[in-house]
Write a protein that binds this ligand. Structure first.
Ligand code: NA7
Length: 540
């Protein structure tokens, strides 16, 4: 449907870009709690955001405790939904989000298959106007960008990669039709969460899998299992307690240890590591001893423990040697695996260490490395995302004085709270740079940000205000806080997407807030204290 240029854009109170976990809740909260006229837009054909796209084999939530990768704002929703496994599949998460959308009657206000091509702010009217790919225009005082922290797929630019004549899929853009690996020689580039989840599943079917690995990774056993009815009932009974606990702990529902490594003997520590390893999930890292990503000695000990486990699992010594990670465990996004290292004991799986044997080019029939040619029928790119900032830069809204976000963020991704950007009034981000969302504060982090945005909009209405935006001083202070927290840990010592290091040319800046509970407290306090660090204008 193309709207003629001279037709007035449809007027709304708020527009939401994205119908994933954050966008769906924003629609519900602003429409049903605040009574605003709201519409959400999404390029996908259905709800789910990243879960709509991530359908590759083996895709699962990369955190344990499925009951907590769920909204916490409604006891009814929690009571009506049963998670079947402890580590949910992407299919289950998608079904859950479809259930939520249906239950809250959200679909009637979501425009799917709609790419927002442009968004610009009109200073005099204090409104945002968006234009969709069909030329339709909408205008609203508020624009909520729930565009996803992991949306813009990163494709490596190897010479000739587009000449490859076989099938080629990015894990973050997996086809909705079934993909068959049967009888095929499959090359997988990338061994982050997506690659490590997909490789064992692909290997079960393919004739041969060649894994092209740039950085060997730690992965902890997910120990996925079916949830028993008693377990589910127990979580329901304790729902409010867990909910409060997540709020206090930055998203993580369980108390973690207060034990200090220095108070234990090496043998006691070893024993504890074994127990946490047997338990699976992220327990080894977060619940062995205090400070595993802060204390280099403790980190080195846990890293060595996991390397030993990899060594014990992989039969071929040369392959095991290539799989040995050499960075501080936990400083790249921690991965939970379901039989990843065991997969290298199969006859149909081989590993190419790109540090020793870099890919020189691709041709129509496969990859050419420094020492051999790898004939392939299919290429799977598990090469990650332009994370956190990429999807906002993709939208590239135009703020005050015609300044685009790409210009504003050309050197640093400045924000306040990961929610607001100076020069972009009435624009709010969910999980923008500087948020805790990607550090196990999801979906709770999105909920609290949405609630804050809702309160802020109510504040504007009650006080006859037409716009709010943060200041550059507040952005600088926020960035300082983020970097200070990160610099007190081992994270900055490792190249990762947390630092933008996975994207050639991307400014190096720590992109998330590592202390979720502190973040949630600050978020509440800034609203209570009259929005220090934000400026308002009267309705024009
Ligand atoms: P990640 O975690 O960014 O992993 C991408 C992988 O692809 C990683 O092993 C990269 O190696 C590798 N990579 C990236 N570019 C290249 C090139 N050019 N050549 C070879 N290898 C490359 O993305 P995922 O999709 O696995 O996971 C993203 C998040 O989704 C994850 O953290 C969870 O939160 C869920 P590198 O380590 O950079 O050397």
């Amino acid at each position: 449907m193309t709207q003629p240029e001279n037709t007035a854009p449809l007027q709304l109170d708020a527009m939401i870009i994205g119908a994933g976990v954050g966008g769906l809740y924003a629609l519900h909260h602003l429409r049903d709690k605040l009574g605003l006229e709201v519409r959400a837009f999404d390029a996908a054909g259905g709800v789910g955001g990243t879960w709509w796209y991530n359908r590759y084999p083996g895709a699962r939530v990369d955190a344990p405790s499925s009951p907590f990768y769920a909204y916490t704002f409604s006891k009814e929703l929690a009571d009506e939904w049963d998670w079947s496994e402890s580590q949910s599949t992407s299919k289950q998460v998608l079904a859950y989000l479809e259930f939520v959308a249906d239950r809250l009657d959200l679909l009637r206000d979501i425009q799917f298959n709609t790419w927002v091509e442009d968004a610009s702010y009109d200073d005099s009217g204090q409104r945002w106007t968006i234009t969709t790919h069909t030329g339709e225009r909408f205008t609203a005082r508020f624009m909520i960008c729930a565009v996803g922290a992991l949306f813009v797929a990163h494709k490596p630019n190897y010479q000739g990669i587009d000449d490859f004549a076989g099938e080629c899929y990015h894990t973050g853009r997996w086809p909705h039709e079934p993909v068959s690996f049967e009888g095929k020689r499959v090359g997988v580039i990338g061994t982050g969460s997506s690659g490590i989840q997909a490789i064992p599943e692909i290997a079960k079917e393919a004739a041969h899998v060649t894994v092209f690995q740039r950085t060997p990774q730690y992965a902890l056993p997910a120990r996925n299992r079916m949830m028993s009815p008693e377990e589910t009932a127990g979580y329901r009974d304790e729902w409010e307690t867990h909910r409060q606990s997540m709020r206090r702990r930055g998203g993580w529902p369980f108390a973690t240890t207060k034990l200090r490594a220095a108070d234990a003997t090496p043998a006691e520590r070893r024993q504890r590591f074994e127990e946490k390893w047997a338990l699976g999930g992220i327990n080894l890292l977060i619940d062995s001893y205090v400070g595993a990503v802060v204390d280099p000695e403790l980190n080195a000990e846990i890293s060595a423990f996991v390397r030993e486990k990899i060594q014990d699992t992989v039969n071929d010594a040369a392959t095991a040697a290539k799989l040995m990670p050499d960075y501080h465990i936990g400083t790249k996004r921690l991965i939970l695996d379901n039989g990843y290292f065991e997969t290298y004991n199969r006859d149909n799986v081989s590993l190419v260490d790109l540090r020793d044997e870099p890919i020189e080019s691709f041709n129509s029939s496969g990859a050419v490395t420094a020492s051999s040619e790898h004939a392939l029928d299919m290429l799977v790119l598990a090469t990650g995302y332009d994370a956190v900032s990429g999807s906002m830069l993709n939208l590239n809204p135009q703020g005050r004085n015609g300044i685009r976000l790409q210009e504003k963020w050309s050197e640093r991704f400045d924000t306040n709270f990961g929610i607001s950007v100076a020069g972009f009034p009435n624009l709010f981000m969910i999980h923008g740079p500087g948020s805790p969302g990607v550090f196990f504060s999801m979906p709770l982090g999105a909920e609290l940000q949405v609630q804050w945005i809702g309160d802020c909009i109510a504040h504007l209405h009650e006080n006859g205000l037409g716009s709010i935006e943060t200041t550059t001083d507040a952005e600088a202070a926020w960035d300082e806080q983020i970097q200070q927290i990160a610099n007190s840990t081992l994270y900055p010592e490792t190249d990762s997407w947390y630092l933008g290091a996975n994207i050639p040319g991307k400014p190096r800046q720590f992109l998330g807030h590592l202390k979720g509970s502190q973040y949630f407290d600050q978020l509440a306090a800034v609203a209570e204290d009259g929005y220090d660090g934000f400026v308002f204008e009267k309705v024009s």
